[in-house]
Design a binder for this molecule. Structure first.
Ligand code: ATP
Length: 239
């Protein structure tokens, strides 16, 4: 049974149909990419999964159970944790306080539990450990992305939703972020990744879906999509 199964999800913004009935699945332990241009509906899909957008029709199942009518916080408590587009860290809080916010929904983690989550985040992102007392708003874009991912990991996600983590970052930092995404996945966390950076995302993904104006037009193993002529032309700038 897949961890996440979306069937025929339709989402509207007023009269605008943003998603025309998309279906996709993410299996346990998989890293799956949803690739699409600006405005294709990637963030709308993520917000549908996390409960921030209401579905007009269709269903979302998590470990077999329909979650389409659950409130966002109920989905969080089941382990669906989103890193939103644009990171949305708390600029006036320190790095440590930001990370603590990630535990907010967890039911009274013990001190040892908390400490091991924090150590894990600092192992993945040593920079965050060095900057514990720095205000989030004074960190660089790449550091803020690391902080946003770290904060999500503090909630011990079963399914991690990453919305364009490479956006606006320098190529070296993008490499680093993608390496860490692969590492988090290889440690057992199931990931749905939304990206425009096709090369990096598909080469690291088990499978990918191509989203075009609210419809999934293609899917397959990441490595197959990378060599698909239409995908290369549209997303890799190769004619
Ligand atoms: P981007 O990479 O630019 O964020 P995206 O693939 O995430 O793009 P969405 O943000 O999901 O795309 O938007 C999908 C469509 O829905 C677009 O046509 C967009 O203009 C529209 N849309 C998104 N949010 C709203 C809103 N709050 N009200 C009306 N239309 C919206």
């Amino acid at each position: 049974m897949p961890v996440l199964q979306i069937d025929d999800m339709v989402v509207h913004y007023g009269r605008i149909t943003a998603l025309h009935g998309i279906s996709l699945s993410v299996g346990a332990g998989e890293l799956v990419t949803l690739l699409g241009a600006n405005g294709a509906g990637k963030s709308t899909t993520m917000r549908g999964i996390s409960g921030l957008n209401r579905l007009t029709s269709g269903d979302i199942r998590f470990n077999g159970e329909s979650i389409a009518n659950l409130a966002p916080h109920e989905r969080v408590s089941r382990g669906i944790i989103q890193v939103p587009e644009g990171r949305r860290i708390f600029p006036g809080m320190t790095v440590l306080e930001n990370l603590d916010m990630g535990c907010y929904g967890r039911k009274f983690p013990s001190k040892a539990d908390y400490r091991s989550s924090l150590d894990h985040v600092f192992d993945l992102f040593p920079r965050l450990g060095e900057r514990k007392s720095q205000y989030g708003g004074t960190m660089s874009g790449g550091e803020q992305q690391m902080l946003a991912i770290g904060r999500a990991l503090m909630a011990r996600p079963t399914l991690l939703l990453l919305d364009e983590p490479s956006m606006g970052l320098a190529p070296m930092v993008i490499q680093q972020i993608f390496r860490i995404i692969s590492q988090i996945n290889s440690e057992g966390t199931t990931i749905l990744l939304v990206e425009q950076n096709a090369q990096q995302a598909l080469s690291r993904s088990d499978r990918g879906y191509i989203l075009e104006t609210g419809t999934i037009t293609k899917d397959g193993p990441g490595k197959d999509l990378l060599v698909d002529d239409a995908v290369r032309e549209a997303y890799l700038g190769v004619a």
